[in-house]
Design a protein around this ligand. Structure first.
Ligand code: ATP
Ligand code: MG
Length: 491
């Protein structure tokens, strides 16, 4: 193929030309070559060269080191396109022994292109392309594997996974992104070396998990992780639902239901938080499952409360950022809302919005859609959904949080002579309950008068009212979990 048949941006050829003019070799390599051969637009551009790190830096005005392996980031000024702003140039290198199953003990420069390609993970990622002559270097027959849509380890797969165990998750993630299968011998090596994933940092695992979940095929990918034994090192909680049959309303065991819910979120191209909430929403059904004495069928009381805690632990363990954890936990906690638009009151919808928060309400409705589709139920009739959505719109116009009340803590203390402390919080929450029932009550006159009445209640009476915000506080959730444990003598 001629170089013109690949669409290579000027910013990239500027870098390879400068290297060649400086008397060095320069090739595109890795994901960008793979994507070009697949006819896709690469996400980033990696150049490899026989120049050493200091020689690379001398050739370009603005550069910086991007990692400890000699990769130099070449900055293209006056370029807005994020994928072209920095072109990474990596010297050919060979990696020493891997004694920890994660990183090479040392790296060696001054080796050949062929040796550099040998250290790469999969054959489809070990192809180099000379952008000027259009000449391809492909010692591991990566082009054949691209044709066959297969991920095959470069060299001996067992050895390659023992060097760096993260490559196992990369295989599954790349497979999910590209729609490729894993070649037989490489697949067997996944199963054989799965336990080595225990050596890999949570952050690296999380990044691969996120990309897997954001791919078009997360369900299939997570099933591969299950079959190869990688899943216990990534999402151990999910496995507990494997053979947990549900009640008559559900067609699938818990784990399959969660995977189907996640897949629906991916089919809809919904964001990470929705996908995670879909994947976790019933995570604690296994430990909350009991036979009903009355019907003889399974019940799952409290699974959303226990599940929100399990979700928090799992996501924190994977070092997800706090804003993601909080949002997903909230949606898991409140996924059991009642949504029949013919029977529900506006006050109930207001409470729902108040619980999950205005910023999360629309995403929560999408989690509900995933839940439905993931149970094998037919699609929600659009007019019912629209009716419910319009009730949510209406509820959003009313005050739904303490901050939206026409009174604040300071004013409450003025009119009631309460001293600072939990009683002021209880009064605020009790006032919110009143306003959730009837938004017209959100006036200074009403709230001040009602605050004085509340002030006259005993501590116990007031606490009971203030907490009515239906287990809205963490403290109340703790009590629900406690009661569940007592009742069922668990944990
Ligand atoms: P994408 O950019 O779409 O994630 P990519 O293949 O470019 O895919 P990068 O993480 O950017 O992935 O890595 C660039 C190249 O470096 C890969 O194509 C591969 O050749 C090599 N590589 C990356 N990580 C590893 C690894 N853990 N072991 C061996 N080679 C790796
Ligand atoms: Mg890349």
């Amino acid at each position: 193929m001629s170089p013109d048949s690949y669409k290579i941006p000027r910013e990239v050829t500027r870098v390879t030309s400068a290297l060649e003019k400086g008397g060095f070799e320069a090739y595109l390599v890795g994901g960008c070559v793979r994507d070009l051969l697949l006819g896709k637009t690469p996400k980033d551009w990696d150049v490899t060269t026989n120049a050493h790190p200091d020689q690379i830096q001398e050739l370009f005005e603005e550069t910086f080191y991007t990692n400890e392996y000699g990769t130099v980031g070449v900055v293209n000024e006056d370029v807005d396109d994020k994928t072209l702003k920095v072109i990474e140039v990596t010297p050919y290198r060979k990696e020493g022994t891997y004694s920890d199953g994660r990183r090479p003990d040392d790296v060696e420069f001054g080796v050949s292109l062929e040796e550099d390609l040998a250290r790469r993970d999969f054959t489809v990622n070990a192809i180099a392309l000379d952008t000027h002559k259009g000449h391809v270097v492909d010692p591991y027959k990566g082009q054949e594997d691209i044709e066959a849509r297969l991920l095959r380890a470069v060299g001996n797969p067992n050895e390659r996974f023992q060097e760096d165990a993260l490559r196992m998750l990369r295989a599954i993630r790349l497979g999910a992104e590209l729609g490729f299968g894993v070649e037989q011998e490489t697949f067997v090596a996944l199963a054989h070396n799965a336990v080595l994933l225990g050596k890999i940092s949570k952050e690296r695992i999380r990044d691969e998990l996120t990309r897997t979940i954001m791919s078009p095929r997360p369900m299939e990918a997570l099933l591969h992780m299950k079959h190869t034994g990688l899943l216990p090192h990534v999402l151990p909680d999910l496995l507990r639902g494997e053979d947990i049959e549900q009640n008559q309303a559900h067609s699938f065991p818990v784990m399959e239901h969660l995977l189907r819910a996640l897949q629906h979120a991916a089919d809809k191209d919904w964001p990470l938080e929705v996908r995670l909430a879909a994947l976790f929403h019933d995570i604690s059904k296994p430990e909350c499952r009991r036979k009903s004495d009355k019907t003889g069928d399974w019940t799952f009381y409290g699974h959303e409360v226990v599940g929100s805690r399990v979700t928090r632990k799992a996501l924190e363990n994977l070092k997800y950022p706090k804003h993601i954890v909080e949002k997903v936990v909230k949606m898991v906690r409140w996924h059991m809302f009642f949504s029949d638009p013919d029977k529900i009151t506006l006050a109930a919808v207001r409470r729902m919005v108040s619980n999950v928060g205005q910023d999360n309400i629309w995403d929560l409705l999408n989690v509900r859609r995933c839940d439905r589709i993931g149970s094998g139920k037919p699609k929600e009739q659009p007019f019912r959904f629209r009716k419910y959505a319009s009730m949510v719109e209406e509820a959003l116009r009313d005050p739904i949080s303490v901050a939206m009340l026409s009174i604040d803590g300071a004013r409450i203390m003025e009119v009631t002579r309460e001293t600072p402390g939990p009683r002021v919080g209880y009064i605020l929450h009790a006032l919110l309950e009143d306003v959730l029932d009837e938004p017209k009550r959100n006036t200074v006159e009403y709230l001040e008068k009602r605050a004085v009445e509340l002030h006259n209640l005993s501590d116990d009476e007031l606490a009971a009212l203030g907490k009515q915000g239906k287990s809205r506080s963490e403290g109340e959730d703790a009590k629900i979990v406690e009661d569940l444990r007592k009742k069922h003598h668990v944990r």
